[in-house]
Design a protein around this ligand. Structure first.
Ligand SMILES: Nc1nc2c(ncn2[C@@H]2O[C@H](COP(=O)(O)OP(=O)(O)OP(=O)(O)O)[C@@H](O)[C@H]2O)c(=O)[nH]1
Ligand SMILES: [Mg+2]
Length: 302
């Protein structure tokens, strides 16, 4: 039997539903999801099987007009993911028409499309009427030569099977790239840090989620089968530290509890999670913070 394997980059504006789609394809939560923009910061791979094909999905940070060094590194990582992939899937939101951000992505896609197929996935179809979908499909296909258009709801699973089957057939023939039972290639310490960052992002308001980063400092396997995980939350200002801690430490306690419960489920064993908040005004200018996140510091240069 001929096997196929390859990389499929999921790209799109922030909040389009890329991470939701990756998790659905993989059947497990590999990439964090929130209702806020710019949740994903680096490329995250998740592996799915379809018949004799191994599909390596690459979740990417949303594409937007970057302002800060971190933004630029994120956007570079996203375009890099598309340029390295065998197939690219552009996700757009069904209810937003063709915003400027999508127009800018279509411009950038010209170069990418020279070496690979680009499919369009109109996501969140649960939010619109069928007429809207028809006109959006026509509009987008008039602007770019997509290989195929899919209408999906990453959250509810509609149309996802058809997309997966089509993608499986597009991948080059060759041996599988990962062992059959592997679903992600993100180190556990990074998954743990991302889980905490997701809970912080869900709880904190305005700019704060964008001003912090989480790193797993230590991971200790205990004799009783549990894991002790120590993490650092870097914030840029004293005032932010107070907000992250919350009144009598209630915010950090709630974040820690939510992250611990999710990690216990993911790992299938008990977890002791210890969070510490550190003020580090210039963490966004430190190369080490970027490598911890899986980003290239130099990509962020102006
Ligand atoms: N109604 C609806 N909401 C969805 C669907 N797919 C994703 N969402 C929601 O859209 C929001 C953003 O989803 P994410 O998967 O984090 O989006 P993303 O593209 O990874 O975003 P960034 O990482 O910020 O670039 C979340 O609140 C999801 O629950 C869908 O099919 N229907
Ligand atoms: Mg994401």
């Amino acid at each position: 039997m001929t096997t196929r394997a390859g990389f499929i980059a999921l790209i799109g504006e922030p909040n389009a539903g890329k991470s939701t789609l990756l998790n659905r394809m993989v059947g497990a939560k590999v990439s964090i999801v929130t209702h806020k923009v710019q949740t994903t910061r680096a490329r995250i791979r998740g592996v799915a099987l379809e018949g004799e094909s191994q599909l390596v999905f690459v979740d990417t940070p949303g594409l937007f007009k970057p302002r800060r060094r971190l933004d630029r590194a994120m956007v570079a990582a996203a375009w890099g993911g598309a340029a390295d992939a065998d197939v690219v899937v552009l996700l757009v939101e069904a209810h937003r028409g063709v915003p400027e951000g999508v127009e800018a992505i279509l411009e950038g896609l010209g170069d990418i499309a020279r070496g690979r197929k680009v499919a369009l996935a109109i996501n969140k179809i649960d939010r619109v009427k069928p007429e809207t979908l028809l006109s959006l499909t026509q509009d987008l296909n008039a602007r770019f030569p997509f290989a195929e258009t899919f209408m999906i709801s990453a959250e509810r699973g509609h149309g996802v099977e058809a997309l997966r089957r089509w993608l499986a057939g597009q991948l080059p023939e060759g041996p599988w790239l990962y062992p059959e039972d592997q679903i992600a290639d993100l180190p556990l310490r990074m998954i743990a840090a991302e889980t905490t960052r997701e809970k912080l992002t869900l709880r904190l308001h305005q700019e704060l989620p964008y001003q912090l980063t989480v790193e797993t400092e230590a991971w200790q396997e205990r004799k009783d089968g549990s894991a002790r995980i120590d993490q650092l939350i870097y914030v840029t200002r004293d005032g932010h530290k107070g907000i992250v801690l919350g009144n009598k430490g209630e915010t950090i306690k709630a974040v820690s509890k939510a992250a611990r419960e999710e990690l216990e489920e993911f790992l299938g064993r008990r977890v002791h999670l210890f969070l510490q908040v550190k003020v580090r005004p210039n963490w966004q200018d430190e190369a080490e913070r970027y490598s911890e996140m899986g980003l290239n510091f130099r990509d962020g240069k102006e």
